[in-house]
Every structure is written in structure tokens, then in C-alpha cells.
Write a protein that binds this ligand. Structure first.
Ligand SMILES: CC(C)(COP(=O)(O)OP(=O)(O)OC[C@H]1O[C@@H](n2cnc3c(N)ncnc32)[C@H](O)[C@@H]1OP(=O)(O)O)[C@@H](O)C(=O)NCCC(=O)NCCS
Length: 208
């Protein structure tokens, strides 16, 4: 079935589809003003088209993955999403940066669990190798934390992330990303406005 789904580089013709996809992939309570719009994605293509991917089903965008390049100092400083990437127009893009930094990955709900996320990650890892970069890095949402916290109120978000890494808890976003080979580093608090994740994110890294 997946043979029909093609992973391709993002181009301007797919921007409208990728913007619509965001609404399906990040429903409320995720803040709508944190989703990509047409101007953001146009800018991403202008500055770093190689880092932008889509998955297509008969020409329709069913998944997307966007990334930027950031400096080593920036990668090491573990700051918020906004401070790390320089906002939605990626003002901290560094053409000499050694970290391919994942901004988002979005697979349409009807297409999940079919390995499309894995294939988009494979494309990202291939890009790290092609560009001779040090690493792929990202900070991952933890959207099942709030549910977990109702059962284990004494546990922190870092405890939760470690439980997911150990396999004693699952998270609908962190669990798949760990299966792609990403390695858990730490939790960044106040990473972005994200109620379900208690505004935190799990810093993840992959090296070729
Ligand atoms: C996270 C996301 C990208 C995963 O994409 P996907 O295409 O459904 O994932 P895959 O089919 O590649 O699954 C990869 C592995 O994770 C597992 N997995 C997928 N969803 C899972 C879930 N909800 N819970 C636990 N494991 C899961 C799969 O079983 C598979 O394991 P396997 O390699 O042992 O077979 C997708 O669910 C999504 O778009 N979520 C909403 C947006 C989001 O939160 N993005 C990330 C933050 S920016």
C-alpha cells in the first residue's frame, strides 16, 4: 500500500496542502497561531529547500516534515523553540550549521501507522549524510503527558519522558520517534505553548 505514497522534496505547489495538513495534525488544544501558514513555508523553501519534505498520495499532501540548520552553540544551549530556530521564518538559519534541526513532522491521521513517518525520517537522515552534518536533532512533543499525570500526579515531565524511553509508558509522538533511532537527551521546559505536553519537549539526537 505504501508503494503508492511517494516521499518528495517540498515545492511551492504543495504549500497549500501542507498548510491544510497542519490543521488536521495539530488539533486544539494546540494553539492554531503556532501552525505554519503559506508565508512561513514559502520562506522555508527560499532559505533551505533541501530540508523540506512531503509525502504524496496521488499528488495530494498526506504528510510533511520541515527542518532548518542551526549552529553548534545554538544546539548546545537547549532553549525554547522560538529562540532556537528564530521564529516561524527561521531567522536563526545558519547555512554553515552542523545540526539539521527538525521543526515538525505531520502525518495525516488517516495515514498513520503505515511507516510514512519512518520514511520521512529516512529522508532526513539521508540529508544529514549527504550534507556531511554532525547530527539530526529535534525537540519532541510529549502529548500524552497530561493523561499520564492524572494517573501519576507525583511524576514530572522528565520522569514521564524517561518512562517512555524505558518502555514503561508510551507517548503517541515520542514513542514513534524513538523507534526511528533518535536518542533521548533531556527535557526542555517552557519549550513552546503546548498544554498536552506541559509546554515541555524531549530533546532527541541522531548521529550518522
Ligand atoms: C508522530 C507521527 C509523525 C508518527 O507518524 P506515523 O507515520 O504514524 O509513524 P510510523 O508509521 O512511521 O510508525 C513508526 C513506529 O512507531 C510506532 N507507532 C506509531 N504510532 C504510535 C503510537 N501512537 N504509539 C506508539 N507507537 C506508535 C509504529 O508502530 C512503528 O513501530 P515499528 O517501527 O516497530 O513498526 C504521527 O503520529 C503524527 O503526525 N502525529 C501528529 C503530529 C505530531 O505530533 N508531530 C510530531 C511533533 S512535531
Amino acid at each position: 500500500m505504501n508503494a503508492e505514497i511517494r516521499i518528495e522534496s517540498m515545492t511551492t505547489e504543495y504549500i497549500a496542502g501542507a498548510v491544510a495538513l497542519q490543521r488536521a495534525c495539530f488539533p486544539a488544544p494546540f494553539p492554531e497561531d503556532q501552525l505554519w501558514n503559506q508565508d512561513h513555508l514559502t520562506r522555508h523553501l527560499e532559505i533551505f529547500s533541501q530540508g523540506q519534505f512531503v509525502a504524496l498520495d496521488q499528488g495530494h499532501v498526506v504528510a510533511s516534515a520541515s527542518a532548518t540548520l542551526i549552529s553548534e552553540a545554538n544546539w548546545q544551549s537547549h532553549r525554547s523553540w522560538n529562540e532556537t530556530v528564530g521564529g516561524p521564518f527561521l531567522e536563526n538559519f545558519d547555512a554553515t550549521g552542523q545540526t539539521l534541526y527538525g521543526l515538525d513532522i505531520s502525518v495525516h491521521p488517516d495515514y498513520r501507522g503505515r511507516g510514512i513517518g519512518k520514511r520521512l525520517y529516512r529522508a532526513r537522515f539521508d540529508l544529514v549524510r549527504t550534507l556531511g552534518l554532525t547530527r539530526y536533532g529535534t525537540a519532541c512533543r510529549l502529548p500524552d503527558f497530561r493523561n499520564f499525570q492524572t494517573k501519576f500526579p507525583e511524576k514530572t515531565v522528565a520522569d514521564y519522558a524517561e518512562d517512555v524511553v524505558r518502555g514503561s509508558a508510551t507517548d503517541r509522538t515520542l514513542s514513534p520517534l524513538l523507534k526511528y533511532g533518535l536518542v533521548y537527551n533531556t527535557v526542555i521546559n517552557d519549550y513552546m505553548e503546548d498544554y498536552e505536553s506541559a509546554n515541555a519537549a524531549a530533546l532527541l539526537e541522531w548521529k550518522p
